[in-house]
Structures are given as C-alpha cells and as structure tokens.
Design a protein around this ligand. Sequence first.
Ligand code: AMP
Ligand code: MG
Length: 313
Amino acid sequence: MKSIYEANEDNIAKAAQVIKDGGLVAMPTETVYGLGANVYDAQAVARIFEVKRRPTFDPLISHIADFDALPEYVEADQRVWALARRFWPGPLTMVLKRRGSHAGVDLACSGLPTATVRMPDHPVAAALIRQSGVPIVAPSANLFKSVSPTTAQHVYDGLGDQVDMILDGGSCPVGVESTILDVTGTTAVILRAGGTTREDIEDFLGERVLLSHGEPDRPSAPGQLLRHYAPGHRLRINAEKPQENEFYIGFGTRDGDLNLSPSGDLREAAANLFAFLRQADTTAGGRTLAMAPIPEYGIGLAINDRIRRASHD
Ligand code: AMP
Ligand code: MG
C-alpha cells in the first residue's frame, strides 16, 4: 500500500513538497481526513474535484495553521477575529467575503463572492500547512456523496493511488466535519452543523445564531445536498428498536449490533459515526441498516444532520 505514510517528520516534509509541486496529499485533521492541495495552483485544485468526482459548484474550504496566515483573499472584521481567537484551532469554518481574483482561488470558491477558512486542530495538518507555506484547500478525502473518511485506510479504500500521499495520523478525534458559520451578514447563520456546537457559538456571541437546513439548489450551500454521506445499504433513522432483518446501530441503553456510545456520550458517538457506518455496510450482508434516535443538541445536531442525509433516498 504505497500511498499511506506514517505521519512522521520526514514524511510530513515530503508531503509539503508534494503540495508545493502541485500534488494532492490526504491529511488527518480533528474532523475527518482532508484531500489537500495548494489553493494557488489551479490545476491541483481542479484535480481535487476530478479525483473526488465532486461538481465544481461545490466550493472548498481553505485551511490555515496560523492567525497571521489568514489568506489575503478574504475580509475579516472584528467579529470574525473574535470568533477565530475563541474557536481556532478547531472545527469551525467561517464563510467570509472574498476579494481579488486568482484562478486557483476562483475555482476553489466556485466563483462565489465568498471564501471559507478554518484552522484545524491537528498537529499533522498544522505542520503540513506551515511547511507548504500556502493555504491548503481540502474537502473530505472520499468520493463525492460517500461516507467521510476518519482513518487513512478509509481514504485509501475510496481514492486509492489517485492521491499522491496519504499521511496516516490515526483516527480523527471529532469524527464529523466542521461547523460552517456564515458571518457575511448581520446575523450569523450555521450552514452546516458540525464539531463546534451551536450552543458554544451562541454563548460566545451572546446572541441567537440561525440554523439553515439548507437549500440544495442554491450554490452557496452545496454541502447541504439531501443525499450525502451515504452508505451502500438503506438506512432507517430514529429507530426505537430494530425490525426483523435490520442491522441495528445503537446509542446509549439502546444496544445493537454496534453501539455508537454505550454511555450515551454524543462526542464519542460522533467520533464513531462514519467508521461504524462503513463497518455496518460491510457486515450487514442482506440486512438493511437502522440507527437509534440521537438527541438533538450539542454535537448531536451534526450527527442527526449527517444521518438524515445518509438515509435520504
Ligand atoms: P466540505 O464538504 O467539508 O469540503 O465543505 C464544503 C462546504 O462548505 C461546501 O459544500 C459549502 O457548503 C461550504 N463552502 C465552501 N466554500 C464556500 C464558499 N466559498 N462560500 C460559501 N460556502 C462555502
Ligand atoms: Mg465531504
């Protein structure tokens, strides 16, 4: 398996060179594995869309490692800086107004007047970004619409040798994607629930934050497609108990073939979610999948968002 490399110092340095040379590197972050490229290399950015089979109207998030490396193509006001200082590094992506024009950036942003930025909380991602010396655009390192990867092996299973280097940094501790917060208007709006909770953002801002359930036809929120994160089997959600011929993924006291968190811990459940969906897919055989109800607060919002899309048909 030649494209998976242990994320040690030497290999991170090699990977940074791959990024500089216009290649693609899959990197661990605290959320999921990302498929990274130099945002200023339009061909490399184009290859991300190609390898993932992701439509070019679905824009990519720019990842940075330091506060003074906020890309010059975004505008940041005081509220943005305050949010950044509170939640970065961490699973919060901000939608910001964009300025200037550059082929790679335009492609990464799908031509929108906005750009998204995040500072991942993972030492491997941070080292890779710093050594590459550019913002790294990175969507999840999987085929479009399939279950997101939380291990290096998941990346390899989905994308194989199309990725120049996969840095193996173990399992992703958060396990669901970042929260996407649109701060271009007066009221902040969550476009995608994720690893940073709505409660924490509201507490910090001291005001209510809106939650958009997505307009799948609008290009500014394509991460909100109705069917996404989909396993190969049918999935029934909010299932109090399994029916005959169902592979049951439990939560808390509702036990099953797998249990996202026997103690009912939502963070543990989020970290297990995508790996368990994959495992269920490979072991369910002729059965379909069902999942126990997940509470709709904290990171439960993100879990419910993903499984709603995963169960859509
Ligand atoms: P991901 O699938 O984790 O790569 O997240 C990408 C999602 O972030 C997209 O599907 C959009 O919903 C959102 N996004 C990324 N870039 C932009 C942008 N430039 N403007 C608005 N939303 C964006
Ligand atoms: Mg994705």
